[in-house]
Design a protein around this ligand. Structure first.
Ligand code: NAD
Length: 495
């Protein structure tokens, strides 16, 4: 058994993230033996809860994983609740006492993980208090896991980072980007670096363009208050999408280690062209959904959603083109798009390869008399909801004559495999227990991503768009299609 030993203190222990993701993930680790006898969890938040009530809540959150009564009981007995106001120094003293008691009781060797599952404005205060109230010990490890968003622009992210770095060294800071815990995001590296047929072609000689789509079919649901101050650019592009661009674009690392991968990702991000504001407006488009209809369902507009300003200028959709100015990628556009209330939910990456130099079949026509055009080879990586990849090749149609037709080699993980694969948060929690920061965002990456995104934001803030400009249930505004059309490309979107 590979048992990990640690005390988790979860700030925001009554919150949505803790209940939906963290407790079920800790339970999965417990079930697999990664957590056993030597672990404890302190949940802390404003509400006055008893340990017993907290444990009941924890058991409720793992119901779907069908534990036996004994299992649920044994697991939840490791959970303790401490009511706490993050701004109140005295509360940290109570927290320290409880930490010390649990450290002795479970023999935790001083290993401590602090999980900040709270709004970011509290991060600075919490870490300062962890130091000033001497909750951090010299024994074992002290690691900090922080949720997104990490700042709201470069300046605020820098400030936040300074506050955190005054207490924790970079190697003990684990900035969550839960996409980096997803199976198929991690598979990008396997596809690239374990297959010579792809790695040898992974450059501007063979790749025409790259298309990254993070589509959501849902609207803002109950997150209107948060989202209306954020928007798709900050909520999705600055973190998840730029991380994916970095993984696709980076040079092969010397070894598959945290330090080597980080160095290559940072270089890739630094090679992304920093646009002027004028260029940003030319290369990025934004959208906001109006009312719409899809499959007999009707949807209200974004501005009618709860807690959203009725004149909101917040974008619920972004599409854009990144250019990477290095030898490998010069001239290859990386198109990205993300939005809410789109036609379907799906995260996928298309690598669109260049055509053969000459189409020797061009004079052939198919049975409808159409010209025999060769579609490009496309490697698609499906991130969610299905996971897998496909490769579109051209083959000959059976029959007289010589008509080519696309053939799709399609590999999707079965529902059973994906059901049994670790959830992103489970993987990331285990990584943090192992001290492995490979699948987390490092400061240099976060900083460069903000520099890239800030320019777009600033350009947009100086101009207005006539919102809403796409119907709920569509794939976004026309401008997102024009963006590729202009370059003689189109979004390749097949189920
Ligand atoms: P939430 O509002 O459901 O929970 C916030 C928690 O903070 C609650 O436990 C609340 O009691 C506590 N809290 C608030 N003010 C406090 C104070 N002054 N003192 C002590 N405790 C206080 O939020 P959430 O959805 O769980 O999100 C938490 C963090 O995770 C946020 O940074 C969010 O952006 C991030 N996040 C959440 C999700 C998600 O799926 N919920 C996904 C990605 C990132």
């Amino acid at each position: 058994m590979n048992e990990k030993i640690a005390l988790f203190t979860i700030f925001g222990g009554t919150g949505d993230l803790a209940k939906r993701k963290l407790y079920p993930s800790l339970f999965r680790l417990y079930r697999k033996g990664n957590l056993a006898e030597h672990f404890a969890v302190i949940g802390t938040a404003r509400r006055e809860w008893t340990d017993e009530h907290y444990r009941e809540i924890v058991r409720e959150t793992i119901k779907d994983l069908a534990p036996s009564d004994e299992e649920a009981e044994a697991f939840s007995s490791h959970f303790y609740y401490q009511s706490h106001n993050v701004n109140d120094s005295e509360h940290y003293d109570t927290l320290k006492k409880l930490s010390d008691t649990l450290n002795d009781k479970y023999d935790l060797g001083g290993n401590h993980i602090y999980y900040l599952a709270m709004a970011p404005q509290f991060f600075g205060t919490i870490v300062q208090h962890l130091k000033s109230q001497q909750i951090l010990t010299e024994q074992g490890f002290d690691r900090l896991i922080i949720e997104k968003p990490f700042g709201s622009d470069y300046a605020s992210a820098y400030q936040l980072n300074e506050e955190i770095r005054a207490v924790f060294p970079e190697q003990d800071i684990f900035r969550i980007d839960h996409y980096l815990g997803k199976e198929m995001i991690q598979n990008i590296s396997a596809i690239r670096f374990a297959n010579n047929i792809f790695e040898s072609q992974w450059n501007n000689r063979y790749i025409d363009n790259v298309q990254i789509t993070f589509a959501e079919s849902l609207g803002v649901e109950d997150r209107g208050g948060y989202y209306d101050h954020s928007g798709a650019l900050k909520d999705m592009v600055q973190n998840h999408i730029l991380q994916v661009v970095a993984l696709l674009a980076m040079e092969p690392p010397v070894a598959f280690s945290e330090a080597d991968i980080r160095a290559e990702k940072v270089k890739a991000l630094q090679a992304i062209r920093l646009y002027s504001e004028k260029e940003a407006l030319e290369n990025f488009v934004r959208g906001q959904y109006g009312p719409g209809k899809l499959d007999d369902q009707t949807f209200i507009s974004y501005r009618e959603e709860p807690n959203v300003d009725e004149n909101s200028q917040t974008e619920t959709f972004v599409a854009g083109k990144f250019l990477i100015d290095n030898f490998r990628w010069s001239g290859v556009p990386f198109y990205i798009r993300t939005g809410k209330r789109l036609t379907e939910k799906g995260t996928r990456i298309n690598i669109v390869f260049k055509q053969v130099p000459i189409n020797v079949f061009k004079d052939d026509v198919d049975h409808c008399g159409e010209k025999n055009d060769l579609p490009p080879n496309v490697l698609t990586i499906y991130i969610q909801p299905t996971e897998g990849f496909s490769l579109t090749l051209n083959g000959k149609e059976i029959g007289q004559g010589f008509t080519t037709a696309p053939v799709k080699l399609d590999y999707r993980h079965s529902a059973e495999t994906t059901g049994n694969s670790p959830e992103a948060y489970e993987k990331l929690l285990l990584d943090s227990l192992n001290g492995d920061g490979t699948n987390f965002s490092h400061w240099d990456e976060v900083a460069q991503s903000w520099r890239i995104v800030d320019i777009i934001r600033q350009a947009w803030d100086k101009t207005t768009v006539d919102f809403p400009n796409y119907s709920a249930g569509s794939m976004g505004p026309d401008a997102a299609f024009d963006l590729l059309d202009r370059d003689h490309f189109s979004w390749d979107w097949q189920p």
